[in-house]
Design a protein. Structure first.
Lengths: 250, 248, 299
C-alpha cells in the first residue's frame, strides 16, 4: 500500500467524503489534499463539519462514502492497521483530554510504552526533550490538574509528538483557553510548522491562520466552499458565504 | 507467653476481671476463630459484592428495559430495607424452600448452611450499593478521554485498562470504602442466624464463663479497633489515589 | 461546541479551565461525603418502589392464598388479619423507640459536636475521640453492650427506678445517633464560609455570640436534611432490638410465626411489616430530598 506512495504525493488525500449522524449530513462530499511539510487551516462556522473531518482522518469516526488516504494508506479500509495509521497521525483536542491520573511526563511517555512497546529509558529521554521543546521544563512531575489550560494543551501536543507522527491534527486547540495562554500554544504550533511538520488545523484564530498556513479551506454545511493561499483567500474572497463569514469575524 | 497468661489469671484472682480469652486456651481459640470468621465473612462478601456490582453496572447498560428494571428493583429493595430483614428473608423464607441433604452421618441438613446464607445476604446487600457506585464511576470518565487514548493508537481494551478503569476506580474509591466499612459493621448481624462470628462467639464464651462485662467491653473495643484501623488505612489509600489538582 | 468556562464550574474541574471528569464524579463524591456524615448509606425511598413492593406482596399472597385453599388450610388473609392489631402495636413500639433514641442522641450529639469545635485542645480531642469511637462501633454491638451492662433498675433518693430492656435499647441506639449528629454538627459548622467568622469578629462579637447568633442559625438549614435521613436510618435499625429480645415488631412476628406453624405466612407477614416501615419513612425521605434541593447544600 505505502509502497506506491512517494514523498512528492500528497500525505493527506481526501476525496468526496460523506458522513451523516442520523438525519444530519455533516460532510457532503469534501475533497482536500495536503503535500508533505505543508500547513493547512480549515475555517468556517460552527457545525460545518470541520471537527468531524479531522476525526475521520484519524479513523475515530468511520465515513460512509469517499476515500481518505494518509501516506497512501486508505483509512476506511476495514483491513487497515489502525495502530499503524494512528501512530503516523497525531491529534490534539480542544479539551486537551490529558489523563488526569498521570503526571505530565507520564502522559507523554504512556503511549509509546504501552502501544509501541518502546524502551522506557529511551522514551523518557525523548519525553523530557519534548516537554522542553514545548517550554514546560520543570513541570514534568506536575499533574494535569495542577497546570493551566495552556500548559495542559502543550503537554497534549508533546504527548502526540512522542508517537513521532508525520501529520498533526489540531482541533480548535485554543478555543477553551484564556486569551493570555492562547499565544503560548500558538507559538508552539508555529515552531512545529516551521520545522516541517505537516499540520492540519481547525481554528478560529484568523490572524494565526493567515500567518502560518500555506493553504486555507473554508467549509460551510459540510462542503468546502472555497480554498486558496491565505493572501488570496483573505484579501479577495470570491464566494458570498466566505465574504459574509469573514465579515463577521474580522 | 506463659507469663502473660499467668498475669491475666492473677488479674482474675485479685480483681475479678476474668478475661478467659487470654489465658484459657479453649476460649482463646474460640475467639480467634470468631475473629477469623468475621474477617473471612467480610472478605468473601467484599469480593462477591464487587462482582455483583460489576455485573449489575454492566446490566444497567443493557438494551432490555426489563433487565434494567430488574437491576433497579434489586438496588432499591436492598438499599431501603433493613439488612436484618434481608437476612431473615434469605435464611427463613428462601432457606425453607431449599432441599435438605443427607450428611456423612446420615442426618438430614439444609443444603445451604447459615454461614453461606450470611454470605449470600450480605453480598447482595453490599452489592446493591456497588452497582450504583461503579455505574457513576464509569459515567464520570468523559468519552473524549477515551477518544484521546484511541487517537494515540490505544486499542479499545488498552484504553480501558490504562485510562478508563484507573480513572473510574479513583472516582469510586471513597464510596467503595464507605461501603466496605459498612459491610464489616453489618457482619455482626450474622449473629441473628447463628453464624459463629465475633459477636456470636463472645456470647458463647460469656454464657460459659459468666464474664459478660469483660467480654462485652473486649468486643466493643475489638470492633472499634478493627473498624478504626480499616477506616484509617482506607483514608491513607484514598489520599494517595486522589487526583492531584481536582476536588477539594 | 459549548464550553464551560473557568468561572461557572467548581468542584472536580475546579483547578482548570475545563472539567476533566463528568458530573457523575462530583455526584459520587458528594454522596460519599454524605454517607460519611451519616455513618451509614442514605435511604432513598421512592413512591414507585413502594407501589412495586405492594404489588409483588399482593401477587405472592394471592398465589399462597390459592395454594392454601387447595390444601384446605385457613386463608392467609384471615390468619394475617388476626395478628395485625398485635403486630401494629409492636410497630408503634418501634416508632416510640426511634423517636426517643433520636431525641436523646440529638441532645448528646449536639453537645458533643459543639465540643468538637472548641478552642481548647483537650475538649476538642476528647470529643473527637468519643465521636469516632461510637461511629466505628457496630450498632448491634452497642445495643448488646447497653442491654447486658446497664443495671435493670437504678436506686436513687430511696426510689427504685426500673430500667426495662426497651429503655436500654433506646440508650443503646442513641449512642451511634449521638456520634453521627456530632459529625453532622461539626460538618455544618465547617461548611460555613470563614468570612462569616471574620465578619462577626470585626463586629466585636465574642466567640460564644458568634457561634450562637451567627454560625448555628445558618447551620440548622444545613443540618436538617442529614439529620432527618439519620432518623429514617435509625427507624429501620430499630428492628435490631429484636435480636436482644425487646418485644418490638420483628420479635412479635417471629412469635406469631411460631404460633401459627405455617411457612406460607412468612413472606406476607414480613412483607407487610416492610411496607409499614416504608410508608412511615417515605414522607421523611421525600421531605429530606425536597429540603436538600431547596437549600442545595453540598454536605
Amino acid at each position: 500500500m505505502s509502497a506506491a506512495w512517494s514523498e512528492s504525493d500528497p500525505i493527506v488525500d481526501i476525496r468526496d467524503v460523506h458522513k451523516s449522524f442520523g438525519p444530519v449530513q455533516v460532510l457532503a462530499g469534501v475533497s482536500l489534499s495536503m503535500p508533505m511539510r505543508s500547513t493547512a487551516c480549515i475555517i468556517g462556522p460552527s457545525g460545518s463539519g470541520k471537527s468531524t473531518l479531522l476525526r475521520c482522518i484519524n479513523a475515530l469516526v468511520p465515513i460512509e462514502k469517499g476515500s481518505i488516504k494518509v501516506r497512501g494508506i486508505e483509512v476506511n479500509d476495514p483491513k487497515v492497521d489502525i495502530l499503524n495509521l494512528r501512530r503516523r497521525v497525531g491529534m490534539v483536542f480542544q479539551q486537551y483530554n490529558l489523563f488526569p491520573h498521570k503526571t505530565a511526563l507520564q502522559n507523554v511517555m504512556m503511549a509509546p510504552i504501552t502501544v509501541l512497546k518502546q524502551d522506557r529509558a529511551e522514551v523518557e529521554e525523548r519525553a523530557r526533550r519534548l516537554l522542553r521543546k514545548v517550554r514546560l521544563e520543570g513541570k514534568e512531575d506536575a499533574y494535569p490538574g495542577e497546570l493551566s489550560g495552556g500548559q495542559q494543551q502543550r503537554v497534549a501536543i508533546a504527548r502526540s509528538l512522542a508517537m513521532s507522527p508525520e501529520v498533526m491534527l489540531f482541533d480548535e486547540v485554543t478555543a477553551a483557553l484564556d486569551p493570555e495562554t492562547v499565544k503560548e500554544v500558538l507559538i508552539t504550533i508555529r515552531e512545529l510548522a516551521e520545522e516541517g511538520m505537516t499540520c492540519l488545523l481547525v481554528t478560529h484564530e484568523m490572524g494565526f491562520a493567515r500567518e502560518v498556513a500555506d493553504h486555507i479551506y473554508f467549509t460551510d454545511r459540510g462542503l468546502i466552499v472555497e480554498h486558496g493561499p491565505p493572501k488570496e483567500f483573505f484579501s479577495n474572497p470570491r464566494d458570498p458565504r466566505t465574504r459574509e463569514f469573514l465579515g463577521q469575524i474580522l | 507467653m506463659d507469663v502473660i497468661y499467668d498475669w491475666f489469671r492473677q488479674l482474675y484472682i485479685d480483681h475479678g476481671i476474668n478475661l478467659t480469652i487470654v489465658y484459657d486456651r479453649f476460649d482463646r481459640n474460640r475467639m480467634l476463630g470468631g475473629l477469623w470468621t468475621t474477617i473471612k465473612l467480610s472478605l468473601t462478601c467484599l469480593a462477591l459484592s464487587v462482582l455483583i456490582g460489576l455485573v449489575g453496572a454492566w446490566l444497567q447498560g443493557a438494551r432490555s428495559v426489563l433487565l434494567r428494571a430488574v437491576v433497579q428493583g434489586y438496588i432499591q429493595f436492598f438499599r431501603n430495607t433493613p439488612p436484618l430483614v434481608q437476612m431473615y428473608f434469605f435464611f427463613f423464607a428462601l432457606g425453607s424452600l431449599m432441599p435438605q441433604v443427607r450428611n456423612e452421618f446420615g442426618f438430614t441438613q439444609p443444603m445451604i448452611d447459615n454461614y453461606t446464607w450470611a454470605i449470600i445476604s450480605l453480598s447482595f446487600f453490599a452489592g446493591a450499593f456497588n452497582v450504583e457506585i461503579f455505574r457513576s464511576g464509569i459515567e464520570a470518565v468523559p468519552k473524549s478521554t477515551v477518544e484521546a487514548a484511541e487517537s494515540l493508537g490505544y486499542t479499545r481494551l488498552q484504553s480501558y485498562i490504562h485510562v478508563v478503569l484507573p480513572l473510574a476506580f479513583r472516582v469510586c474509591l471513597p464510596a467503595l470504602n464507605n461501603n466496605l466499612v459498612n459491610l464489616v459493621k453489618t457482619t455482626t448481624l450474622a449473629y441473628a442466624i447463628a453464624v459463629p462470628e465475633m459477636l456470636y462467639v463472645a456470647n458463647q464464651i460469656w454464657s460459659d464463663a459468666v464474664n459478660v462485662p469483660e467480654m462485652m467491653t473486649f468486643l466493643l473495643f475489638a470492633y472499634v479497633a478493627l473498624v478504626g484501623i480499616l477506616v484509617w488505612v482506607m483514608r491513607k489509600w484514598e489520599q494517595s489515589m486522589a487526583l492531584p489538582g481536582y476536588g477539594r | 461546541m459549548m464550553v464551560r468556562g473557568p468561572k461557572g464550574h467548581a468542584g472536580l474541574g475546579g483547578g482548570t479551565d475545563l472539567p476533566v471528569l463528568l458530573p457523575a464524579a462530583e455526584r459520587l463524591q458528594r454522596r460519599s461525603e454524605r454517607e460519611r456524615l451519616l455513618g451509614a448509606p442514605r435511604l432513598r425511598l421512592r413512591g414507585r418502589d413502594l407501589a412495586w413492593l405492594c404489588l409483588m406482596l399482593i401477587c405472592f399472597t394471592g398465589y399462597a392464598e390459592a395454594q392454601a385453599a387447595a390444601a384446605g388450610r385457613e386463608p392467609i388473609s384471615i390468619a394475617l388479619l388476626r395478628w395485625v392489631p398485635l403486630l401494629f402495636q409492636g410497630f408503634v413500639f418501634n416508632i416510640v423507640i426511634s423517636v426517643l433514641s433520636m431525641a436523646l442522641g440529638t441532645v448528646l450529639g449536639v453537645v458533643l459536636g459543639l465540643m468538637q469545635i472548641s478552642l481548647l485542645p483537650p475538649i476538642r480531642f476528647s470529643s473527637w475521640f468519643v465521636t469516632q469511637f461510637f461511629r466505628n462501633a457496630p450498632w448491634l454491638v452497642l445495643l448488646f453492650y447497653c442491654i447486658f451492662l446497664l443495671p435493670f433498675e437504678i436506686r436513687a433518693f430511696g426510689m427504685r427506678i426500673p430500667f426495662p430492656d426497651w429503655i436500654k435499647a433506646i440508650i443503646g441506639l442513641s449512642l451511634p445517633v449521638m456520634a453521627n449528629v456530632s459529625e453532622i454538627v461539626r460538618g455544618a459548622v465547617r461548611s460555613i464560609p470563614s468570612g462569616q467568622w471574620e465578619a462577626a469578629e470585626s463586629l466585636a462579637f465574642n466567640r460564644n455570640q458568634t457561634i450562637w447568633k451567627i454560625i448555628l442559625p445558618q447551620c440548622v438549614k444545613r443540618m436538617l436534611p442529614p439529620w432527618m435521613n439519620l432518623y429514617a436510618i435509625l427507624t429501620m435499625a430499630t428492628v435490631l432490638a429484636s435480636i436482644v429480645g425487646v418485644s418490638e415488631v420483628m420479635t412479635l412476628a417471629r412469635r406469631v410465626l411460631a404460633a401459627e406453624v405455617r411457612n406460607d405466612l412468612l413472606i406476607p407477614l414480613y412483607g407487610m411489616i416492610l411496607v409499614w416501615f416504608f410508608v412511615y419513612c417515605y414522607p421523611i425521605a421525600r421531605l429530606t430530598q425536597w429540603l436538600e434541593r431547596r437549600y442545595a447544600v453540598k454536605l
